[in-house]
Design a protein around this ligand. Structure first.
Ligand SMILES: [Zn+2]
Length: 257
C-alpha cells in the first residue's frame, strides 16, 4: 500500500485497503479561539497530526480530518466557527456510516477537542449496536499519564502550547500568551475553575459557563513560558507511542460476547 491516508488513494486502492484493513482512524478537531498565541486551527491540526503518525505506525486507514466541532462556549471570539451538536453529530455519523459501508469494523476517533466528546460517545454506542467498535482518544486526558510532565491545566495552556510548537513550528507566539490559572470566588461559596467545573464546599460541580466568564484572553492554565518547548516533542512522541500501541491492540478486538 503506498499510503495509509484515504485522501491519497484511488477508489480501487481504497477498495483494496478496506479488504485487508478494517480499522480506521478518524481525526476530529474544531475551529476555535486559542488565546492570543495559538492559531484557531490548533485542535484540528493536533488531531490530524496524531492521527497520521499513529495510522502509519499501527498500519490502519486514516480518514480525512473533520475540521469543525462543537465550540459553543467560544463563539464570542472572532474566528471561532462552531457547529451545533446536532449538525456535528449527524455529520460524523454519516462519515462513520460511509466507512462502515466500505468495510470498517472499528473506528478510532482521534479527538482534538473536549466539546466533541459527548457526541462521539453517543455515536460510538449506536455503532456498537451494529457490531461496530469505536474508541475515543482525548489526547489531553492521557498526556499526563504517558509523560510525567504532560498534565494539561486548562485551555491553550502550557502543555497544549508546547505540543503545538513541536508539530507546527512557526505558528506559535509564546510572548503574546495571556494565560493564568482560573481559581476565583464567584459567590461567597462557589469557586470557578474551568468551563464545566466549579466548586462548592470542595465538591466539583458542572455549572456551564462561557469562555469570557473565565478569562477574557480565551486562554487559561499554566503559562506556556514556564515550560521548555523541547518538552512538547517528548510528550508528542510519548502520546504517539501509547496511542499506536493501543490501536495495534484494538485492531484485534472483537465485539464482547
Ligand atoms: Zn485546544
Amino acid at each position: 500500500m503506498r499510503s495509509f491516508y484515504l485522501e491519497d488513494m484511488t477508489w480501487t486502492e481504497a477498495r483494496d485497503a478496506f479488504q485487508s484493513i478494517d480499522t480506521v482512524i478518524l481525526p476530529v478537531g474544531t475551529f476555535e479561539q486559542h488565546g492570543h498565541h495559538l492559531p484557531v486551527g490548533t485542535d484540528s491540526f493536533v488531531a490530524d497530526y496524531l492521527a497520521r503518525r499513529v495510522g502509519e505506525l499501527s498500519e490502519v486507514i486514516v480518514a480525512p480530518l473533520m475540521p469543525y466541532g462543537c465550540s459553543s462556549a467560544h463563539t464570542e471570539y472572532t474566528g471561532t466557527l462552531s457547529l451545533s451538536r446536532t449538525a456535528f453529530e449527524s455529520t460524523i455519523q454519516d462519515i462513520c456510516d460511509a466507512l462502515v459501508s466500505h468495510g470498517a469494523k472499528r473506528i478510532v476517533f482521534m479527538n482534538g477537542h473536549g466539546g466533541n466528546h459527548a457526541a462521539l460517545h453517543d455515536i460510538g454506542v449506536r455503532l456498537r449496536r451494529r457490531e461496530i467498535l469505536s474508541a475515543i482518544i482525548d489526547w489531553w486526558k492521557i498526556s499526563g499519564l504517558v509523560h510525567p510532565q504532560g498534565t494539561c491545566t486548562g485551555h491553550a495552556e502550557a502543555i497544549e502550547t508546547v505540543i503545538t510548537m513541536a508539530i507546527w513550528p512557526g505558528k506559535v507566539d509564546v510572548k503574546a500568551a495571556s494565560c493564568a490559572p482560573v481559581s476565583r470566588n464567584w459567590t461567597q461559596g462557589i469557586t470557578i475553575e474551568s468551563l464545566a467545573r466549579s466548586r462548592f464546599r470542595g465538591v466539583p460541580l458542572d455549572i456551564p459557563l462561557l469562555t469570557k466568564d473565565l478569562m477574557p484572553s480565551g486562554s487559561w492554565g499554566q503559562h506556556p513560558s514556564e515550560l521548555d518547548p523541547q518538552l512538547g516533542n517528548e510528550i508528542v512522541e510519548a502520546l504517539i507511542e501509547f496511542i499506536a500501541a493501543f490501536v495495534r491492540e484494538f485492531k484485534t478486538a472483537q465485539v464482547p460476547s
